[in-house]
Structure formats: structure tokens, C-alpha cells
Design a binder for this molecule. Structure first.
Ligand code: ATP
Ligand code: GCO
Length: 180
């Protein structure tokens, strides 16, 4: 199999607790891309709002999405290639992020509400309250066929999920390259 040299940016999307940060980090390390957690680009007011138990609005998300869109553009133009974790719940958000670029691909982390709720309940030390999962699921617009996203079932080990993404997008598996 040949690797797709055209992919420069991979957006790992899904609701809170679907595993974006975990999978984006493991994927980036496997394929030798840089990694960024979109949560680190939220303005402090957004973090405070979520922490207090209120879902973000489109207006709250817009400046945050613009920052991420700039990061994507910069990495796509000048490198290094990047895996970015970003909820990107609505189609209009993804349109802003992808900006018609063919070198940006979307990975949608999909799972049952029960599994995600269980993982959120177990996760400690994170600003996002598990109670916001319901609004995340209501807001979610799963990618449509014309977005060329790949969907991955999260009911598997991190390694298996990364295996599936690498295979589906035909990515270079740098961690498994062995020099003699
Ligand atoms: N495949 C997996 N198997 C088992 N546990 C997982 C898996 N993926 C993620 N987790 C665990 O589930 C929890 C949620 O994962 P993570 O924080 O990566 O989700 P997230 O989508 O980035 O969430 P948020 O958007 O709220 O930051 C974490 O405790 C993580 O360790
Ligand atoms: O669009 C949103 O509502 C936010 O991005 C959330 O998804 C959180 O940032 C994330 O889930 C917590 O880490």
C-alpha cells in the first residue's frame, strides 16, 4: 500500500469524551505528525462557561474556530503536518475549518452515549462537566458523505482505533519503520 502524501491536516472530531485528545495524540505519534489540542485555543471565557455547566453557543465558538482555522491553514501551507483535536460538532464549523482544502481530512469518533458517559465519569481533572454530554449530542451533526470523513467506532483500544485510521486514510506508519 502506498501512503497518501497529500494529507497534511487531520481533524479528529466528536463530542466531549469521545476520545479526541487521546486518539489525536496517539495518531500523531504513530504517523509522525505534530499534534494540537483545540481545547488549548478556547478563550478563558469559554472554558469558564463550560466549567460552570453551560454549553457554548455559535457566537462563543466562532473566534475559537477561527483560531483553529488559522492554525490549519498555517500548517497546511508551511508544515509540519498536523493532527488537531477539535469537537467541530456542526457542519458549518467544519466548513470553516476545512475551507475547501483537499489536504484536510476529518476523522469522526463515534460511540454510544453509554460508553462516552462512562468514560467521562471516570475521567478526572478535566474542566468539562459530564452533564454537558447531552447538549453536545444534541448539537452534533455527524459528517455527511460529501465531507469525505471517516467514522471510527470508539469501542476499541486506542491502538486498534489508530490502526483503523492509518489504514482508512492510507497514512505513513512511521513508528513501525525499522532501520536495519
Ligand atoms: N479507546 C479508548 N479506550 C479506553 N478509554 C479511552 C479511549 N479513548 C479515550 N479514552 C478515555 O476516555 C476519556 C475521554 O477521552 P478524551 O479526554 O481523549 O476525550 P475528548 O474527546 O478529548 O474529550 P473533551 O472534548 O471533553 O476534551 C479519557 O479518560 C481517556 O483516557
Ligand atoms: O464545541 C464545544 O462545545 C467545545 O469544544 C467542547 O466540545 C469542549 O471544548 C470539549 O468537549 C471539552 O474538552
Amino acid at each position: 500500500m502506498t501512503s497518501d502524501a497529500n494529507i497534511k491536516i487531520i481533524i479528529v472530531m466528536g463530542v466531549s469524551g469521545s476520545g479526541k485528545t487521546t486518539i489525536a495524540r496517539a495518531l500523531a505519534s504513530r504517523i509522525g505528525f505534530a499534534m494540537r489540542d483545540g481545547d488549548d485555543d478556547h478563550p478563558p471565557a469559554n472554558i469558564a462557561k463550560m466549567k460552570a455547566g453551560f454549553p457554548l453557543t455559535d457566537e462563543d465558538r466562532l473566534p475559537w474556530l477561527k483560531t483553529i482555522a488559522d492554525t490549519i491553514e498555517r500548517h497546511a501551507e508551511n508544515g509540519p503536518p498536523l493532527v488537531i483535536a477539535c469537537s467541530a460538532l456542526k457542519r458549518v464549523y467544519r466548513t470553516l475549518l476545512v475551507h475547501g482544502r483537499k489536504d484536510v481530512r476529518i476523522v469522526f469518533l463515534q460511540g454510544s452515549v453509554e460508553l462516552i458517559a462512562q468514560r467521562l465519569k471516570r475521567r478526572g481533572g478535566h474542566f468539562m462537566p459530564p452533564a454537558l454530554l447531552e447538549s453536545q449530542l444534541k448539537t452534533l451533526e455527524p459528517p455527511q458523505p460529501d465531507e469525505f470523513a471517516i467514522s471510527v467506532d470508539i469501542d476499541a483500544s486506542v491502538e486498534r482505533i489508530v490502526d483503523k485510521i492509518v489504514a482508512a486514510l492510507d497514512l505513513p506508519d512511521t513508528s513501525r519503520v525499522r532501520t536495519p
